[in-house]
Design a protein around this ligand. Structure first.
Ligand code: ZN
Ligand code: ZN
Length: 128
């Protein structure tokens, strides 16, 4: 493939371009597949048609920490923060038990504050 910053040919596994010193996929000036010059805003190469955004590092999209914290604080006894984080089953139980008489909601609140609360997919909440 080619360095997206300077167009130099680099190994597919290269983490840094030897010619310009940046990660080969970090640039936006050249197509990594055919070396055609690309527009910084284009998502596909106009010449060979490969997706240029596909190579960008995938950002893990976690749920928002502050949102979960506020939901738990204000609506924790209704399990709203559990619905927000995808724990629908637990959310229903908390709703029916009023957050385990508030104790369960309080425990969840503390877990969110200390940053050990995970959503249903196992991701930690993201502080933005
Ligand atoms: Zn380069
Ligand atoms: Zn191309």
């Amino acid at each position: 493939m080619y360095c997206r910053n300077c167009g130099n040919e680099v190994s597919d596994k290269a983490i840094m371009c030897v010619a310009c010193g940046t990660p080969p996929k970090a640039g936006d000036k050249f197509c990594y597949n055919c070396k055609a010059e690309t527009n910084a805003s284009s998502t596909i190469c106009m010449k060979c048609g490969v997706s240029l955004k596909e190579t960008a590092p995938v950002q893990e999209e976690g749920r928002d920490w502050l949102t979960a914290l506020l939901l738990c604080f204000f609506l924790g006894v209704f399990g709203v923060h559990r619905f927000y984080t995808g724990h629908t089953g637990i959310g229903v139980v908390q709703l029916l038990t009023l957050g385990g008489c508030g104790i369960w909601a309080l425990i969840d609140f503390i877990m969110i504050i200390v940053g050990s609360f995970r959503d249903a997919e196992g991701h930690l909440l993201v502080r933005r």
